[in-house]
Design a protein around this ligand. Structure first.
Ligand SMILES: Nc1ncnc2c1ncn2[C@@H]1O[C@H](COP(=O)(O)OP(=O)(O)O)[C@@H](O)[C@H]1O
Ligand SMILES: [Mg+2]
Length: 376
């Protein structure tokens, strides 16, 4: 087939995808730009996803193109409309300080009472959005949520990185089935670490670099330095979203992250029980104190054993988004054993479906957060 007729067929395929709400086809509605067909059959195009659009639209476009005869790889460069490029947007003021809420259990510290982060210019300059996944304590499924969020967004065509900032218990390598060692590139003095890529996500973890037996006590003092190196000296390349799997708690690592880079928002993971909920409350306060927006709360491990509803009630109580409820599901453990996140290994399982919805909710909240930070 000639390049030209393939181009025509690809465009026809895209015209065949109709927006579920407006009924317009993707080409006519201006969603797709820069369609490029390479000699080897790889097709690339840019896709602008509006906040109100279902994330599945990108997937539909991708499948339609993939179905055209002769098409090899399909690479979609998903773009979120930047609030700053909207016609009515005023020049960006500094990050808004949340208005003073009634003092809760924040220990007397008010939001913004810690100096605002002063991210170093240039760090992650090719990254559009940074999301930190955090929790009050360990074992609640923070790494599981971070992994599935990253994998689900990558599956939609976004360029995604996943940074394992849990220096004490890095579990991203296992969740992605990765045991290779990252390569170092660049000349003397300019060495960069290359992230490993698995399931469409660029990964970096201390677990790739340290021997397993290395005691945690040696890792402690390294935290701030290592995080900084992971941000500055890892060749992430252009990313739509960098997901950061945070260590549990509200300590130095959280502070050092928000002081090193501009975090767009934090996703808090909680189990349904009241105890976990209290820990999350402290976590939320911590992010508010450093003026980092909390995108919302994910309730994980809901079910008969732990009950359900605690996370949602907390979200309501604190005026936060509820990003979804993930049930206790054997598919999650199996995914861990298989080294492939549940949204990819068992997309139809209860947890797989719930996690895909969580990813969509986070994606939307992220967009709103960015728009809000500029227009308010
Ligand atoms: N919804 C779930 N259903 C079943 N098992 C889960 C679920 N969420 C997490 N787990 C399991 O619980 C353990 C802890 O999860 P993990 O993501 O490592 O927690 P954290 O990062 O918060 O310490 C893992 O073995 C994981 O497979
Ligand atoms: Mg973890």
């Amino acid at each position: 087939m000639t390049q030209n007729s393939m181009q025509e067929q690809v465009l026809a395929a895209l015209r065949g995808v109709l927006h579920p709400h407006t009924g317009e086809d993707l080409m006519a509605a201006g969603y797709v730009r820069d369609v490029e067909i390479r000699p080897d059959g790889e097709v690339r195009f840019a896709f602008t996803l509006q906040p109100q659009d279902p994330g599945s639209l990108v997937k539909q476009a991708r499948s339609a193109v993939q179905a055209v005869d002769g098409v090899g790889k399909v690479k979609v460069n998903v773009q979120l409309p930047q609030a700053g490029t909207q016609p009515s947007a005023a020049p960006a003021p500094p990050r808004p300080a949340p208005s003073a809420p009634p003092s809760g259990d924040g220990g007397g510290l008010k939001p913004g009472s810690v100096p605002a982060p002063t991210p170093k210019p240039g760090i992650l300059s090719e990254t559009d959005h940074v999301v930190a996944v955090s929790s009050g304590k360990g074992g609640v499924g923070k790494s599981m949520v971070a992994s599935n969020l990253a994998a689900a967004l990558a599956d939609q065509g976004l360029r995604v990185g996943l940074l394992d900032a849990d220096i004490y218990g890095p579990n991203i390598p296992r969740m992605f089935g990765e045991t290779r060692r990252p390569r170092v590139t660049g000349g003397k003095g300019k060495e960069m670490i290359e992230p490993l890529e698995a399931h469409g996500v660029r990964l970096m973890s201390l677990g790739f670099l340290l021997e397993e037996e290395q005691p945690a006590i040696m890792r402690g003092p390294l935290i701030a330095g290592i995080l900084r190196q992971f941000l500055e000296q890892v060749d992430w390349g252009p990313l739509d979203v960098l997901v950061v799997d945070m260590p549990p708690g509200t300590g130095d690592a959280q502070l050092s992250l928000v002081q090193t880079i501009d975090v767009d928002g934090a996703v808090m993971v909680s189990t349904p029980q009241a105890v976990a909920v209290g820990d999350v409350r402290r976590g939320v306060k911590m992010f508010e104190r450093v003026n980092t927006q909390v995108l919302g709360i994910v309730e994980n491990m809901a079910g008969e054993v732990f009950g359900s509803g605690g996370g949602e009630a907390l979200a309501g109580d604190m005026g936060l988004n509820f990003l979804g409820r993930v049930p206790l599901d054997p598919a999650v453990r199996e995914a861990g054993d298989a080294g492939k996140p549940t949204v990819l290994s068992a997309p139809d399982s209860p947890a797989g479906q719930a996690l895909a919805k969580v990813a969509e909710a986070v994606f939307k909240a992220l967009h709103t957060a960015k728009a809000g930070a500029i227009s308010s």
